[in-house]
Design a protein around this ligand. Structure first.
Ligand code: UTP
Length: 335
C-alpha cells in the first residue's frame, strides 16, 4: 500500500430498528434506493474518490451483506471485521484497530452523499462532515470556534448549534483516533447505552486536537422509511435511466431494473423497481419495490415493498344498475 493512502471504514453492523419490518430479515444496507442497494451507492462513492482499501464492520445479518458485496464488488479490496453485538458506533470503529493503519475515512452505512469525498482526502486537516439541520436533537452536534470544532455532543437535549454531524470523518493518523477509542472503551463509558464515536472525538477535541467541520449540502439519510423514499426521489431526479415496460405508461423519473418485468401498469413518478421484480396491472408512484417482489392489481404510493414480498390487490367484476353508488375508497370525494 502506498504511504498516505486512505482506508475507508464502513460500519454496517447496526440492527436498523427504524426500518423494521424490512430489517427483521434483511440488512438495512441491502435495501434498494434508486437503482441499487444502499451499500452499492456507498462503495461506488468510495471507489470514485480513488480509495482502494475498504474495511466493512459487519454483525447483524452480516453474511447477507458479505454475499452481496463479494458478488457485486469482486474487484474491490474489501476486508471484514465482525462486531458480534451492536454496542455502538465507537465500539464498531474501535474493532477495526488491528485491520487499519495510516489515514482513515469513516463513512456510515446509511449515508448517501452527493459531495465529493476527495475534499476530505485533500484537506490537510482531519475533517468531519456537518450540515445545518432544523432539529439537531437527533444527531451529534458540534460547536465551532476559529474554524475548528470546539465541542461536540451526541443527541443533546438542548443543542447549542444546529450543525449536525453527517457521518463522514477523515483522520490522517488513525493511531491517534484508535488511541482515543481505546481510552473510551477502557473507561467503560456509554452514552444512551452505547459506546459513542462522538464521545471519543469529543475527548480528542478536549485534548486540543484540531478537527475541521466540512459543510456538505448533499446528504441523504436512509435510516427511516420516509428518508429512504426522500433519498430515492433525489437519486431518481439526478440520474438518467431508460426504464422498459410492456404495455405500460412510465411517468419519469423511474428506475426499472433490466431484470424486472413490468406490464399493463402505470409506473412513476419516483418509482424504483428492483432486480427480478414483477409488476402486473398496478399503479405505482413514490415507492420502492425491492428485488424479486411481486405487485399486481393495486394502486401504491409512498410504499416500501420488501424483497420477495407479494402484494396482490383485487380485480373486481361488477354488475351495477342505474343510480347505484359503489365506493371502495371513502377518502375519494364526491364526484
Ligand atoms: P444507526 O445509529 O443509524 O443505527 O447507525 P442502526 O442500527 O443502523 O439503525 P437504528 O437506529 O436501529 O434504526 C449508524 C451506522 O453505524 C452502524 C450502523 O450499521 C449504521 O451504518 N453501527 C451502529 C454499527 O456498525 N454498530 C453499532 O453498534 C451501531
Amino acid at each position: 500500500m502506498k504511504k498516505n493512502e486512505f482506508t475507508a471504514v464502513v460500519p454496517v453492523a447496526g440492527a436498523g430498528t427504524r426500518l423494521r419490518p424490512h430489517t427483521h430479515t434483511y440488512p438495512k444496507v441491502l435495501l434498494t434506493v434508486g437503482d441499487k442497494p444502499i451499500i452499492g451507492h456507498i462503495l461506488d462513492e468510495i471507489s470514485a474518490a480513488g480509495i482502494k482499501k475498504i474495511c466493512l464492520v459487519t454483525g447483524y445479518l452480516g453474511d447477507k451483506i458479505k454475499e452481496y458485496v463479494s458478488r457485486s464488488y469482486a474487484g474491490l479490496d474489501i476486508s471484514y471485521v465482525e462486531q458480534p453485538e451492536p454496542k455502538g458506533l465507537g465500539h464498531a470503529i474501535w474493532l477495526t484497530r488491528r485491520a487499519v493503519t495510516g489515514p482513515v475515512l469513516v463513512m456510515l452505512g446509511d449515508t448517501i452523499i452527493s459531495a465529493d469525498l476527495r475534499k476530505f482526502l485533500a484537506s490537510k486537516d482531519d475533517c468531519i462532515a456537518v450540515k445545518e439541520v432544523s432539529d439537531p436533537r437527533r444527531f451529534g452536534v458540534v460547536e465551532v470556534k476559529g474554524g475548528y470544532i470546539s465541542g461536540m455532543v451526541e443527541k443533546p437535549e438542548h443543542p447549542k448549534t444546529n450543525l449536525a454531524i453527517v457521518g463522514i470523518y477523515s483522520f490522517h493518523n488513525s493511531a491517534q483516533l484508535y488511541g482515543s477509542l481505546q481510552e473510551l472503551v477502557d473507561s467503560g463509558k456509554t452514552t444512551k447505552g452505547e459506546i459513542q464515536f462522538t464521545d471519543a472525538l469529543a475527548a480528542l477535541v478536549r485534548a486540543g486536537h484540531k478537527l475541521r467541520p466540512l459543510p456538505i449540502d448533499g446528504w441523504y439519510d436512509c435510516g427511516k422509511p420516509e428518508t429512504l423514499l426522500e433519498t430515492n426521489r433525489y437519486i431518481l431526479d439526478n440520474k438518467k435511466f431508460s426504464p422498459k415496460a410492456v404495455n405500460s405508461l412510465i411517468i419519469p423519473p423511474v428506475y426499472i431494473s433490466p431484470t424486472a418485468r413490468v406490464e399493463n401498469s402505470i409506473v412513476g413518478p419516483y418509482a424504483s423497481i428492483g432486480d427480478g421484480a414483477r409488476i402486473d396491472s398496478a399503479i405505482i408512484s413514490d415507492s420502492i419495490v425491492n428485488e424479486k417482489a411481486f405487485v399486481s392489481n393495486i394502486n401504491l404510493t409512498g410504499s416500501l415493498i420488501g424483497p420477495s414480498a407479494a402484494i396482490i390487490g383485487r380485480k373486481d367484476q361488477l354488475n351495477v344498475g342505474e343510480n347505484s353508488e359503489i365506493r371502495f375508497d371513502k377518502t375519494v370525494c364526491d364526484q
